[in-house]
Design a protein around this ligand. Sequence first.
Ligand code: FMN
Ligand code: SF4
Length: 484
Amino acid sequence: MWQPPERRKHALPIASAPSAAAAAAARWFQPIALGPRTARTRTWVPAMVPWRASDDGLVTPAVIDWYARFAAGRPGVIVVEATGIRDVPSGPLLRIGDDRFVPGLRDLVAAVRAASGGQTLLFIQLIDFLAIRRRPSREAYLGRYLAITPRHRAALAATGARASDAPEAAIRAALAALPDAALAEILDEREREDLAFGYRERVTDTHLPHIAALPAVLPGLFAAAAARAAAAGFDGVELHFAHAYTMASLLSARNTRDDGYGGDRAGRLRLPREVIAATRAAVPAATVVGCRMLGDEVIAGGTTADEAPALAVELARAGLDFVSVSKGGKFEDAKQPKVGAAAYPYTGRSGYECMPTIYSDARGPFARNLPLARAVRAAIHAAGLTTPVVGAGGIASFDHAEAALAAGDCDVVASARQTLADPDWFAKLERGDGATVRRCEFTNYCEALDQQHQPVTCKLWDRIDVGAPGVATTADGKRRLIAP
Ligand SMILES: Cc1cc2nc3c(=O)[nH]c(=O)nc-3n(C[C@H](O)[C@H](O)[C@H](O)COP(=O)(O)O)c2cc1C
Ligand code: SF4
């Protein structure tokens, strides 16, 4: 992962342990209305992909155990990991693109209800993403994947090669024989990227029929997925409008589509608004509909913290029950993958800003992204709305959460990695047992596993009592799957 050039290791901040009475009176443990439902507390476990679904995208016993473990800590809300809305193979990513996924999801809901004693609202994050391929070898790219066009022939001809009427195989061979620098002059920018990083679709690739058709298909896909979520018993859905995926790319300042779904702000908001309207219409009135969005894309030419609040206001106006604010996590600045691997959106600076580590700049990782939530919330309030805003990013203590709520940075405080480190930490704080919280060290061991699509675990607990009876482990038997 990218790290700030001035990287230095920060100390974990001192974390106070309130008494049970102080916790009961604390802002973080007060209820909050989220549209039609009320969360018991303002504690929130944001979406985290644990790579435990089956290869067909079905809920497995390991998925159920994972969420039941979080539910035992009785947070106000758990958001189930990014779940694919299309019925297409997506590896071990949870899916909801067909009715056959509903029974497993229903079991998941039941397990969370039981483990939380009905105290936790359960939402599911709905995601659409575009195709991305692994980085090809130079040989494979030039030998097979590159589409040979008259431009390539003309460029080769200009070097003196016989190219205008040569068979395609000869053109490929001639390109392959060129030194890298000469090849780079013949390939266009997109082809150079396809070679160096692997092919990746963009929302602006409107020459591709299925990309041009996104406005026609996405509202229906999100709506059908949300209806399935409601049928499975989820309390709500979180539309994934953040990070490296389709909807965030549509909202992005980099979206230059000229079909009415890009360009100016109204154009970029058009499809997200249509998705919200279709989703809302497809679920019962009691189902919460919110979104996760970016308060700053942290990429060149992307949406900045200056514009994001205005986008949030329009999304809230479109009928959301909450807006969850994240940061970065983009493909545009991802590190070059090795040949045979795919680019990963959390490896560049924008990825760092999404999940900042203990090795940071002077600002440090703790509560680092709250200014974005604060700006979004202020804009929503200035527009006369009261849509709750969820803040996240390096929140690792009761003090951080309380301070954020007291300052009006957000209405709900989400914690991903700290909750992975100790799924019981909310319950411990509530009963005055905060001194026993196992504290996240923010070194992103878990994130590295996510990057390799390996079952996500935490280094603080995944070797404890491995091999003891009843302890489920990874296939290699080395790591336990669930916190002790
Ligand atoms: C293993 C892992 C998987 C994640 N998966 C998702 C996801 O599916 N959807 C999402 O919006 N964010 C995802 N995130 C980002 C978190 O929700 C959260 O925004 C981020 O980790 C920063 O919060 P934290 O500092 O409390 O960990 C993931 C984070 C981790 C560590
Ligand atoms: S693996 Fe590291 S960063 Fe991840 S939850 Fe555990 S302590 Fe925190």
